[in-house]
Write a protein that binds this ligand. Structure first.
Ligand code: KIV
Length: 288
């Protein structure tokens, strides 16, 4: 069942609730010319319609990350995230946006088996959400899958470095690339996924110099998170940058302290309910 509105007044492929110019995979790719990006790519995660509406005017890309497992569902990692979750939240974010390109994460177990499995999952995500791209984690091992998808009409955002779906192999969420061998491996991963056709690459949780080198040597936009200011763009998890959690990872900058402000608002409400000072005549109905 279709959960989004086709923008029939333009020829744009990506559905949009209002006629407009939604960013496309080629327009993001074209931000980097001859190894340089004049206008850095702004990406944030979004998981709900309302948050998408608020972020859309400020972002080039909205990512429906599988981080929603922890952020929205309180799961211990991204491993248990399902296709149903990604499709439901992806459709909500597409409905709440009109300008940004919406990319949706392929959840763990939905693409690693074979390129054919990845195509079945990615095409379901695109049909059910109206998103314009999918993201998958992995480097050299995923290059044939990325090539398979891009040759079949599916724009792919690759994700290398710290890949949270591999937490059980990596043994944690620490920064990657501390040894020379590991650094070389991450750079080779980025080169491989770019050659395979990814139109941009998320580089997460790596030593700064690795991300800087990748941004200089790979010709598609590199979107950093815990990476380097030299990247072609940046992404953060929205709840992290809004200060919704007590713990702030090193790579996050808090732009607000929403957790405290929500706590204060809830405490004020609770006090007024208990003292019967809410509702007042302003919030009650009376016969005219
Ligand atoms: O799932 C996610 O939110 C992500 C970003 C951190 C890049 O993959």
């Amino acid at each position: 069942m279709s959960t989004f509105t086709i923008d029939t007044s333009t020829s744009r492929a990506t559905p949009s609730p209002v006629p407009g110019k939604r960013m496309t995979a080629p327009s993001i790719r074209a931000r980097k010319i001859d190894g340089k990006t004049e206008q850095p790519v702004v990406m944030l995660t979004a998981y709900t319609m309302r948050m998408a509406q608020l972020l859309d005017p400020h972002c080039d890309m909205l990512l429906v990350g599988d981080s929603l497992g922890q952020v929205i569902y309180g799961l211990p990692s991204t491993i248990p995230v399902t296709m149903d979750m990604m499709c439901a939240h992806g459709a909500a974010v597409v409905r709440g946006s009109w300008h940004a390109l919406v990319g949706v994460d392929m959840p763990f177990g939905s693409y690693e088996g074979s390129p054919e499995q990845a195509f079945a999952s990615a095409s379901r995500i695109m049909k059910e959400t109206g998103c314009a791209a999918v993201k998958l984690e992995g480097g050299i091992a995923m290059a044939p899958t990325i090539e398979f998808l891009t040759h079949r009409g599916i724009p792919v955002i690759a994700h290398v470095g710290l890949t949270p779906q591999a937490v059980n192999i990596l043994g944690g969420y620490g920064a990657r690339g501390k040894s020379g061998d590991e650094a070389k491996h991450i750079e080779d991963d980025a080169i491989a996924v770019a050659r395979a056709g990814a139109f941009c690459i998320v580089v997460e949780g790596v030593m700064e110099d690795i991300a800087t080198r990748i941004a200089k040597s790979v010709d598609v936009p590199i979107i950093g998170i815990g990476a380097s200011a030299e990247c072609d763009g940046q992404v953060l998890v929205i709840d992290d940058m809004l200060g919704m959690f007590e713990r702030t990872p090193r790579f996050v900058k808090r732009y607000d302290d929403l957790a405290s402000r929500i706590g204060e608002a809830a405490a004020a409400y609770a006090g007024e309910v208990r003292s019967r000072s809410f509702p007042t005549s302003d919030q009650t109905y009376k016969p005219k």
